[in-house]
Design a protein around this ligand. Structure first.
Ligand SMILES: [Zn+2]
Length: 244
């Protein structure tokens, strides 16, 4: 990247490599993956089914496919009643079928320095029958054991991000990892009058293991939590900064 290259709506220095709020914001922040393609080097390690690995300077990012849900986009998503016709037309103009919506769940590993940081955990093994909850499977296909993940950072409390924190029976899926989440995000979900099953089995069950963080918290050298509210009230993203 060039000095002060503009990404999205703001300028960043060349030391800021990517800013993510879950995988969706990864794309939003960099304007699409092709930008990253220009930073890949010949030392890039192989890819395989279920994961995609690429290098950005001294960081390696491994995107993990947790699975996909499909169905109608309306009314659950983009549900403004007065605007659905316009939205349908826009989707069709982009060669997307509103009746065949695909929602991909894509946690990621950030490998930088001595740290292996998992950002979000997928929907969890309870969904394996639907070919979802595959994060743990694809993590291992990509060459990692759950035990070597030293940090798990949760961007927000929706089930497709927290469900993989535990394995069936309730044990932590990443037994040696520090667990980090935004303080207000955990408090919002854990203090609901009727928490969702995923919140109960993961955020609440592991509550005492979580470190509650604020924006600008250094997750690890070169990796910082940043507030990215909107999708949820206290959604957080991850900013990875080159040491070069
Ligand atoms: Zn969500």
């Amino acid at each position: 990247m060039n000095e002060n290259q503009t990404l999205g709506s703001g300028k960043i220095s060349r030391r800021t490599l990517l800013k993510v709020g879950g995988a969706a914001a990864l794309t939003a922040a960099v304007g699409g993956l092709p930008r990253f393609a220009r930073t890949q080097t010949t030392s890039m390690v192989p890819n395989g089914a279920g994961y995609y690995r690429f290098k950005v300077d001294d960081a390696t990012i491994i995107l993990l496919s947790d699975g996909q849900s499909t169905g109608q986009i309306f009314p659950r998503f983009a549900g403004n009643p007065g605007r659905q016709d316009a939205y349908t037309a826009a989707l069709r103009a982009a060669y997307l079928d509103p009746a065949a919506f695909a929602n991909n769940f894509i946690p990621m590993v950030v490998e930088i320095g001595r740290n292996k940081i998992l950002v979000d955990t997928g929907i969890g093994p309870g969904a394996l029958a639907n070919r979802q909850g595959l994060t743990l499977t694809h993590l291992q296909v990509a060459g990692f054991s759950p035990q070597e993940i030293d940090t798990v950072f949760i961007t927000h409390g929706h089930p497709d991000h927290i469900g993989g924190l535990t394995v069936p029976g309730g044990a932590p899926a990443f037994p040696n990892a520090r667990l980090l989440v935004g303080a207000a995000e955990l408090n919002f979900w854990a203090n609901q009058a009727t928490p969702s099953p995923a919140v109960g089995a993961n955020l609440i069950a592991l509550r005492n293991r979580f470190t509650l963080v604020q924006t600008n918290h250094e997750i690890a050298p070169g990796v910082t939590a940043v507030m990215t509210p909107g999708h949820t009230v206290n959604h957080m993203g991850v900013m990875v900064t080159s040491q070069n």
